[in-house]
Write a protein that binds this ligand. Structure first.
Ligand SMILES: [Zn+2]
Length: 127
């Protein structure tokens, strides 16, 4: 049960979180496990590494081998596509949490039912 909830919901948050950090400085598996632990997620390497691999394969991340203290370490940094997805995810999260200020102009809701139509204060159509 808990595992189902984890897969259905939290993996999505975790992916966004990984993108967020990969956009700033690049991430590596163990570091990301520790970072997510700070946020209360308990991920095993057996979950984290396949997740990073999948995100790389799907084009959100790209791998960079760096040397840290003389040892190779696989870093993942965000791709251009990953940035687009992250930006879109931020808009959706903001909508969900009610900070509608991030809504750009011209993105009115499709229902159009919450506001009555404005009285026709007709301006001469100026362009
Ligand atoms: Zn974080």
């Amino acid at each position: 049960m808990a595992d189902t909830i984890f897969r259905e919901f939290f993996l999505g948050f975790i992916r966004v979180h990984i993108l967020h950090h990969a956009a700033r400085e690049g991430v590596y598996g163990l570091g990301m496990i520790e970072e997510l632990a700070r946020h209360g997620y308990d991920l095993s390497p057996g979950t984290m590494y396949p997740l990073l691999h999948t995100m790389e394969r799907n084009g959100y991340l790209t791998r960079e081998d760096r040397h840290v203290n003389g040892r190779p370490r696989k870093y993942y940094v965000i791709t251009e596509f990953g940035r687009e997805v992250l930006a879109e995810a931020r808009v959706k999260i903001a909508e969900l949490t009610g900070s509608a200020s991030t809504r750009g102009p011209g993105r009115s809701s499709a229902t159009g039912s919450e506001a009555p139509p404005r009285p026709a204060t007709r301006r001469a159509a100026r362009r």
